[in-house]
Design a protein around this ligand. Structure first.
Ligand code: FES
Length: 643
């Protein structure tokens, strides 16, 4: 018979096998993770490989086409039905006839990675929690009585020998409810969904190639969902809605007060948020052209109040000191227990909350950005109605929440509005003429070369959003319209009619519709001082004077120019090329937890060792706050700004 030497790339694993060994079998024997749903029957097409060109001189392997068997019937059938790219072979249906170097493409690997765009960020690795296995089950027999589930488990172990299937596979009651029907309907061929190789969480008649998971970020204003293919990590569809709880109160605290004033109000709040998740899941399922029953897993993140309401927990305790969480570990339940309609046996996983003010959404941001894996001292700020702040590195990690209020979101600002069409989002002020130019969301007429508009009245401006306010104030600082103590300089009225007197104070008119008043400046000063003070407090606690990197998370972070955030002293000094925005990092963290079992264990471990700092009880916080009222700061130097 003879033997064949085989090398798998990119892993470099190699070994010798009898001529005629299926390539998939050789790979599995060497611990090369080639995917399969059909168990080597030539149905699923997950096991594709290519024969590498030329030879692998180091091991004297001469890779020639003749060293692999000709396409067998299985493979030809698959190729006719589904198509195979040139050079691709189904490793389950191809045998080794001689020495070969075999490349396993990323798409055929079980533990593949989805590489994210930015270089600094690690890839999302897929380590499937739920995996599909196609099996052919022995039929029941009068002479050898045994239950259908027992025969199913036996077949699983026999037909999937190298896949680490547990000896004591168990299952949930809903599965038993339809197991017999599925077996008979599929003529004793079924596809089984196994959770971590030990628990059956779904059975479908015949062959089934794909299952999905849903990652949900429950924000107090908006909620978003990503539908992911659990084997490839691919986002099949995404959707977002306004959080319907808004009708019970614009911000979090007013929703907690609603519950306090209306006994049983938490039931309503829970109901509407769960309805919104159901709505999102049917929306994304429809968009992806799948059935909601194909969704077998749900991961959700949110601030502590959203997290508790999603779980049906009265958030009253989070409304006042000492802000005790009902639970500070991860939550593993059935989606059905949360009133979420997916696959009948679908699971739901809530990332752990960190503290009364620092939620599972922050845990997800940590998971996504990985400060605990860095040597560099990293500051992460997630700005919303509250700012969640995380500071640390591999050694220690601290977290706090700072009461910034909603000014950064455009609330409490005279002409403030949400970031929506009509809102001014970017501003430049000419240092000579003091004339402004700006960009308006959703308006694309009459712009200058760089996209900034100077004729406001033609553009349908309705207000200014959070990022616009940051930019206008920073530009006012740069042009001297705003003094470092935050006073709009009335003396500048001599140079521009845009400085208008309001009696004892002054304002700056940006457009016929939008004016920036002294009160607006104060609101932003208070918010930014709270943010800076929170960061400064954590730096004190860690005993560091500077940070190496700053990450701005959340929608607000992705809209502001990081330089402007520093000009106003929202964040401490840092090299500007080390400050960046990451957008919806909480959503990314939720996806990581959906796709990777190890990511769940990792964030559970990390959250346990995060040191919580309560800004409200720290006397130093007030001192930092007062110093941080100045623009950018009363005493702290910003060498990177002058550089
Ligand atoms: Fe399914 Fe090869 S393992 S086609």
């Amino acid at each position: 018979a003879g033997e064949a030497f085989v090398v798998f790339t990119p892993s470099g694993r190699r070994g010798t096998f009898p001529i005629g060994t299926p390539v998939l079998q050789a790979a599995r024997a060497l611990g090369v993770d080639i995917d399969s749903v059909c168990g080597g029957r030539g149905i699923c097409g997950r096991c594709q490989v290519t024969l590498s060109e030329g030879s692998f001189t180091k091991f004297q392997v001469d890779s020639r086409a003749a060293n692999l068997s000709e396409p067998a019937r299985n493979e030809l059938r698959y190729r006719d039905k589904r198509g195979l790219a040139p050079g691709r072979r189904l490793s389950c249906s191809t045998q080794l006839l001689g020495n070969a170097v075999i490349d396993v493409p990323e798409t055929s690997q079980v533990h593949r990675q989805i590489v994210r765009k930015r270089a600094e960020v690690r890839a999302i690795e897929i380590n499937p929690i739920h995996k599909l296995h196609y099996v052919e089950v022995r039929q029941p027999d009068m002479h050898e009585p045994s239950g259908d589930f027992r025969r199913l488990c036996e077949s699983l172990r026999e037909q999937w020998p190298d896949w680490g299937i547990a000896d004591d596979v168990s299952c949930d009651l809903p599965v038993l409810g339809y197991l017999q029907k599925a077996l008979r309907e599929g003529d004793w061929k079924v596809t089984v969904c196994l959770r971590e190789g030990r628990r059956v969480t779904g059975v479908w008649p015949g062959f089934k190639g794909k299952i999905y998971g849903l990652a949900v970020d429950i924000g107090s204003t908006t909620m978003s969902a990503h539908l992911c293919d659990l084997a490839t990590g691919e986002v099949a569809a995404s959707s977002g809605v306004m959080n319907p709880q808004i009708r019970f109160g614009e911000d979090l605290m007013s929703r907690v007060s609603y519950v306090m004033m209306n006994p049983g109000g938490e039931v309503e709040l829970t109901k509407v948020v769960r309805e919104a998740v159901n709505h999102l899941s049917s929306q994304v399922a429809q968009e992806a052209g799948i059935d909601v029953e194909d969704i077998v897993d749900l991961v959700f993140v949110g601030n502590p109040i959203m997290h508790h309401l999603m779980l049906g927990i009265d958030p009253t305790e989070l409304g006042g000191a000492p802000f005790a969480l009902a639970i500070d570990t991860a939550v593993n339940v059935h989606a059905g227990e949360l009133g979420i309609t997916l696959h009948p046996d679908a699971r739901a996983y809530g990332l752990p909350c960190i503290a009364g003010h620092v939620g599972a959404d922050t845990a997800a941001v940590i998971l996504s950005e990985g400060p605990h894996q860095q040597d560099e001292m990293t500051l992460i700020v997630d700005v919303g109605t509250n700012a969640e702040i995380v500071l640390g590195n591999r050694q220690r990690l601290l977290a706090a929440s700072s009461p910034t209020g909603p000014a950064f979101e455009g609330a409490q600002i005279t002409c403030g509005q949400r970031a929506a069409p009509g809102a001014i989002e970017r501003v430049r002020i000419d240092p000579e003429t003091l004339e402004p130019r700006f960009k308006v969301i959703g308006v694309d007429v009459w712009s200058d070369e760089d996209g900034f508009q100077s004729e406001a009245w033609r553009t349908g401006v309705t207000g200014i959003c959070g990022s616009g306010i940051i930019e206008v104030l920073a530009e006012m600082v740069l042009t001297g319209l705003l003094k470092t103590d935050g006073t709009i300089d009335g003396a500048m009225a001599a140079r521009t009619p845009r400085i208008e007197s309001d009696g004892r104070t002054f304002s700056y008119r940006l457009s016929p519709e939008v004016v920036i008043t002294q009160t607006d400046v104060r609101a932003i000063q208070l918010a930014k001082a709270a943010l800076y003070a929170g960061a400064a407090l954590l730096m004190d606690k860690l005993g560091v004077e500077t940070v190496d990197r700053i990450i701005l998370a959340g929608a607000f972070g992705s809209h502001i120019d990081t330089k402007y955030a520093m000009i106003l002293g929202m964040i401490p000094d840092c090299r500007l090329d080390k400050v960046w925005s990451v957008g919806n990092a909480a959503g990314t963290g939720a996806r990581m937890a959906l796709l990777n079992a190890e990511a769940r264990r990792e964030i559970e471990r990390v959250v346990r060792r995060v040191e919580k700092v309560e800004t409200a009880v720290e006397p130093k916080f007030q001192e930092h706050f007062i110093d941080a009222m100045a623009l950018p700061h009363r005493t702290a130097p910003f060498p990177n700004l002058s550089a």
